[in-house]
Design a protein around this ligand. Sequence first.
Ligand SMILES: [Zn+2]
Length: 146
Amino acid sequence: MATEHQAPKRVAIRDGLLTEPLDDLAKVRLQGSRCRHCNEVTLGRNAICPNCGGIDMDPVALADHGELWTYTVVRHKPPGDYRGPEPFKPFGLGLVELPDGLRVVSPIEGDVDSLKVGTPLRLKISVHHTGAAGEDVVAFAFAPRL
Ligand SMILES: [Zn+2]
């Protein structure tokens, strides 16, 4: 009997946060929802518009790029179930303004000392860690566009 290598199952770090399927990470985008009544665009798969309370929401794939609107640098390891690199490395945490008309909180990759408001960024989708059942947990970040 031949043994086949089977890739681990992939799941989004939060349900409804990423477009699917997750097999080709280069094609994965942030999942958004657009309200048919007021056009509000929100992050994630949402059934109810937080702006007008409407219940007619269309799924949309959000842009794969944006601009650094503001940021901070996390210099202390967060407590709890932090799953970043060990030993801990300071990282940027930014508000990324997307052309879709919303701002998204995101880790910002790259040198924390060269972050600047207005920096053009691109979406990065990657396997972040292995989940409890051996699955690949897929997460997002943004990195400076070169
Ligand atoms: Zn609405």
